[in-house]
Write a protein that binds this ligand. Structure first.
Ligand code: MG
Length: 230
């Protein structure tokens, strides 16, 4: 049976070291404010809401229009590219992520895509740096909506436009690392697998009762089998 697997990026497919450097630079360049992403918990949030959290934490009002967000996204993408190029920031695939995406790409009953709180441009920088971009079709991003629960339906619609077929929501599986990924799956009546490779250990993720929980994605056969059974 056909399935669309919608992967979160940060903490699920990749881990970034020193990601605060390009993020803080982009805030300074765009808004003229020395904001620091390390003052908030960004996990599971979208980039625009992370920026708003940073301003709220500093008690500074913020009012950004679409042009402002596009500028921030462009600055963030450029800054990420520079830091990755200089190796001051690194983005690596988490254990098993590349092997899993390779295995899914060989099957015609699975399509892998993304639902992420990153803007599309910086998502592509991260996926390319981690060597994962070849295996994922266009999904949904913070550039589509700052509200994560809006994103899965957008990713599903893009798959439907691409294939010319329709897909029931329960044939879609969100794979993420936070309770926010689960909320966004539930809001869209999609399945959800949570992995313990982000901020939350697997024991904590189990408490939220997703459809399945995994410590990580390292056992390719186990993960593919699980996704096929959901
Ligand atoms: Mg994540």
């Amino acid at each position: 049976m056909e399935r669309l697997i919608l992967f979160d990026i940060d903490g699920t497919l990749t881990r970034t070291q020193n990601g605060y450097l390009p993020f803080n630079e982009a805030i300074l360049e765009t808004f003229g404010f020395a904001g620091d992403i390390r003052t908030v918990v960004p996990d599971g949030n979208t980039d625009p809401l992370i920026v708003k959290d940073i301003f709220a934490k500093a008690n500074i009002p913020i009012d950004v229009d679409d042009v402002g967000w596009r500028q921030f996204s462009a600055n963030l993408c450029a800054s990420y590219g520079q830091h990755v190029g200089r190796a001051t920031t690194s983005v690596r695939p988490l254990p098993g992520a590349r092997e899993l995406l390779q295995a899914l790409s060989l099957r015609d009953d699975f399509t892998a895509s993304v639902v992420t709180g990153n803007f599309e441009a910086s998502a592509m920088v991260k996926l390319t740096a981690a060597g994962l971009d070849d295996y994922l079709i266009r999904g949904a991003y913070a550039s589509d909506s700052e509200h994560r629960p809006d994103l899965p339906a957008i990713a599903k619609r893009r798959w439907e436009e691409w294939t010319g077929r329709t897909l029931a929501p329960d044939r879609c599986v969100i794979v993420g690392d936070t309770p926010k990924d689960l909320d966004c799956a539930r809001a869209n009546r999609m399945k959800c697998v949570l992995v313990g490779t982000g901020r939350y250990p697997v024991e904590e993720l189990q408490y939220w009762r997703p459809d399945a929980c995994l410590a990580d994605l390292s056992d390719t056969d186990e993960v593919v089998g699980l996704l096929a059974r959901l």
